[in-house]
Design a protein around this ligand. Sequence first.
Ligand code: GDP
Length: 518
Amino acid sequence: MQHFSSPVRFRSSNKDATFSEKELPSRSIEDPEDTRFPYAMRDLPTVSQPGDQHHKPDHQAPVHREAEGTGTAANGLPRTPGTPALPRAVLCNPTGSPTAPQRPSRLGPNTDLKPLALRRPLIPQDSMDCPVIPASRPHSPWGRFDSYESTEDPDREYVGFATLPNQVHRKTMKKGFTFTLLVAGESGLGKSTLINSLFLTDLYKDRKVPNAQERIDQTVNTIKHTISIEEKGIKVRLTVIDTPGFGDAVNNTESWNPIEDYIDQQFEQYFRDESGLNRSNIQDNRVHCCLYFISPFGHGLRPLDVACMKALHHKVNIVPVVAKADCLTQAEVHRKKLKIREEIDQFGINIYQFPECDSDEDDDFKIQDQILKDSAPFAVIGSNVQVERNGRKFRGRVYPWGAVEVENSDHSDFLLLRNMLVRTHMQDLKDVTGETHYENYRAQCIQNMTHMVVQQKKCSLREKHREQSEADCPLSLAPADPQNSERIIFEKDEELRRMQEVLERVQEHMRHSQRGGF
Ligand code: GDP
């Protein structure tokens, strides 16, 4: 059931930008139906209520805000943020050999639910809205979210592997999600406005925009804003890294260095944490995506855009966007996109590549995927203002000749960008960060460390060899003590002289004895 009147809950952990409880009238999240359940939504399977299917929401769902988290996905996973939590069944061991200790129930100490034998249905059959299950098959603890709970092929025996995704889903839900987004582009291109529009928040309310004089001396900074967003029981810790000062100086040479350093620092921190003792609670602050803002007023990319993207493209997923698209006509947007794509190819810039669509995906999905790929770089519009027209409220910008709607696909690619970032490709962006960019960094680190260890080993071997040689041949490698050396040389000379005398005496003696012999 979908309601669009309840607020999103924002909690800010950012010291700079303070966010207590924030309510945005335009956003809908919590389902009041959830409060029927004595436990958290995520802990229980949804229960069909009589008449649920006839119930219509009070509000018409806004465009593209289809019901999130209801129904069952094609793979059998519930789309609701919940999967059933179960009291752990006590496994009896007839031999008396040790068994794994029983973990405390997730439902808390006061629950009335008692652990049940595995073969009994844990949730009443009628409340789970299940089809009639073959009598020979044990009921699954996952209820109707178990793809085995069907009447198909009743005689087939199953182990139950198909419920593995349910377990992963449940664990991930408990852990929550993190996502870090970096925004880069010259000041005034609408970065803050777009971020606020994307995440329906007000991340920059304490921002002080420096004047021209202040900007002359300003260097590029990185400022971190973190907010926790909870939607339908799913928690996301969103971090936005802002880069004020980028592209504002008279000379912008190397102005991307602070951004590059920031990305490297996060990799380094992750690498250290990963090599540390407590690896299970690592906080992932790696930058998963960089939204790079391109000015709508130039002819394609500026040299700064090329240099910056080339400096960053091996470290982060770059998603280029054309800012303030409402300043351009449709034809201009089209031409600009072509030009930018051409230049991206020409300069060998590796922007984020959308993954190939699987051949077994349905046609609708394939079409959407193609539209997404053809739309890059996304031409976007942002607004912090709610406009009311003809009884309809929307985020938009009002001009003397009309209003542009931020979430209208005919007006901009805003929705495509948001869907890509949040609904379809967030996990892929994280995967590419971990598996490609971080792996590159890690491989480089390990290579450098190995090189250092080899050098140290070589040094210590050389040292050892020197000590050994000194022991074998003390004269040649004796410490350079001038007095001592002179004494030794004198003694050796004396010895040589004595030996020479002895040799001469022996030779003289031999000559005499030879003469006497003749
Ligand atoms: P930032 O410095 O890049 O963060 O830019 P801001 O978000 O502060 O926006 C700078 C100015 O551009 C403000 O006056 C905004 O109202 C305006 N602005 C933001 N987004 C858009 C847009 O999509 N179109 C137009 N025409 N103006 C915009």
